[in-house]
Design a protein around this ligand. Structure first.
Ligand SMILES: O=C(O)CCC(=O)C(=O)O
Ligand SMILES: [Fe+2]
Length: 478
């Protein structure tokens, strides 16, 4: 190649000015998108230096300390959670809770907490007994993760109806062999090897760089930026790549797709790895319950309604009843429990490096019904902000067994999970000498957090029994 012509002074000056302008514009854009919410995300995402986790609000700390904060109000529930539904279990608070609230420990009373910066947030720490937690964790991994509920794995793999957990268990107990039963043990890809890989998003949608430049959601093709195996040029680091998810656009617009536009699924990738079940299960990021969700358009498939697990209908309604006992008629946060119907849900499975970027859950047609959220496994930092990213969020420590309810204005608040905190798995979720069947769950949980959240999609149907959502709703059509 011939040497480029030397630039004249004038040309060089023009280029320098242009480069300067580009730098200024990039800096302005960065400053623009470094919202207080984003700043907080970056603070808790940081691994070097480690964030100060003690900055997070811990609702289990002793009352005397917690209530020094005048923004926090503590109200006793009318009954214990176990009396609202036995599915919350019976707690041996002294042994199990790790609850430092002496008042609650001594007399077994249970409380809900309110925060004046976050109207509509209702927090019930340690809502589930350890054995009730173990039961739900088993269900999340073994039952809810199966068809007809969809998971992120369904995009790329032909997951059998028994589910990946079942394969994982059978390989672990020796009834399925990785060598002799290859065809059954290894879940096949959906796409054939010679098809174009595009299932895991385009190559420029890498949120992992975390350069603080803001809007990531528009880069993601399906929810979820399942940032697991990035098969194309990132193939080498694929299995190390943490999963980052952004649920909904960061704009305040409700995204809608006209009902007559087909909600197409993302294309399967031909390059996702074929993994043994013990590794594939760690790639599971979410499953949807009840009305299935179409992540690319952020709308529900109103014609795809999987039967909602009965116990979750009961548990979520009981939470709304418990909330009613502290925010009854006359309270701005009152929602009659009899009108609450569990119609959709998400189970989020986090590995230690995963995070869920800031978002608002706004796809439900019923914006008044509370969203009920349960945490299991490792603790996390949960950022609870306001109506826009301009509101600095409050970091809250969500611990295993805690119940968080978002209602009123809080239902429309930005929130996210920038960090799962290592070494926070309660001892009662670790291997139990008297229950060897728990071992495989304990092993999974040693690097995981599970969140289960439940929503009502439709406004209550007047004059209709709402006691069992699944009985009144159409069954899953595809
Ligand atoms: O993991 C959590 O606690 C939050 C999950 C969440 O915000 C969601 O699924 O919309
Ligand atoms: Fe959410």
């Amino acid at each position: 190649m011939p040497d480029p012509q030397p630039l004249s002074n004038r040309q060089r000056k023009i280029l320098e000015r242009q480069a300067e302008r580009n730098r200024e514009m990039a800096a302005a854009k960065r400053a623009d998108t470094r919202t207080p919410f984003r700043e907080a995300e970056l603070q808790f995402l940081s691994r070097q230096p480690q964030p100060d986790f003690s900055l997070a609000l811990d609702f289990r700390q002793p009352s005397e300390k917690l209530l020094q904060d005048p923004k926090i109000r503590k109200v006793q529930l009318k009954k214990r959670m176990g009396e609202f539904s036995e599915l919350f279990g019976v707690k041996d608070r002294e042994q199990d809770a790790g609850l430092e609230d002496k008042e609650a420990e001594e007399d077994g009373r249970e409380y809900a907490y309110f925060h004046s910066d976050h109207p509509g947030l209702i927090y019930i720490p340690f809502g589930f007994s350890p054995s009730a937690q173990r039961k739900l964790i088993r269900a999340c991994l073994k039952e809810y993760s199966r068809h007809p509920n969809k998971s992120n794995l369904d995009t790329h793999y032909n997951v059998p109806d028994c589910g990946v957990w079942d394969l994982h268990e059978r390989v672990a107990n020796g009834s399925l062999s990785l060598e002799n039963d290859k065809d059954e043990a290894f879940v096949p890809r959906k796409a054939k090897a010679d098809e174009q890989a595009n299932g895991y998003g385009s190559d420029d949608d890498d949120d992992d760089s975390d350069n603080g430049s803001g809007d990531q959601s528009t880069k993601n093709k399906d929810r979820p930026t399942e940032k697991e195996p990035r098969p194309t040029k990132k193939a080498k680091s694929a299995t190390k790549t943490p999963s980052v998810r952004t649920l909904v656009p960061e704009t305040d617009q409700t995204p809608t797709v006209p009902e007559d536009v087909p909600k197409t699924d993302p294309e399967p990738s031909s390059q996702v790895p074929i993994l043994p079940p013990s590794q594939l299960i760690k790639k599971m990021r979410w499953i949807t319950l009840g009305y299935q969700y179409h992540w690319p358009s952020k709308t529900y498939h109103f014609d795809q309604n999987a039967p909602f697990p009965k116990e979750l209908c009961v548990l979520s309604k009981a939470v709304v009843e418990a909330v009613e006992s502290v925010a009854g008629p006359g309270s701005p946060w009152h929602y009659p429990a009899e009108e609450f119907v569990a119609e959709a849900g998400v189970v989020n499975y986090y590995q230690l490096k995963d995070r869920l970027m800031g978002h608002v859950d706004r796809s439900e047609l019923n914006k008044d019904a509370p969203l009920v959220s349960f945490s299991f496994g490792h603790s996390c930092i949960y950022l609870l902000g306001g109506p826009t990213r301009e509101t600095a969020p409050t970091p809250v420590l969500l611990q295993s067994g805690d119940i968080l309810v978002m209602t009123g204005p809080c239902r429309a608040a930005f929130h996210g999970v920038p960090r799962i905190i290592e070494n926070t798995l309660p001892s009662y979720l670790q291997a139990q000498s008297d229950d060897p069947e728990w071992d495989i769950y304990a092993e999974y949980l040693s690097e995981a957090r599970i969140n289960l959240n439940i929503r009502q999609v439709y406004p209550p149907k007047k004059n209709e029994s709402t006691s069992s959502s699944s009985s009144t709703l159409a069954s899953l059509s595809s």
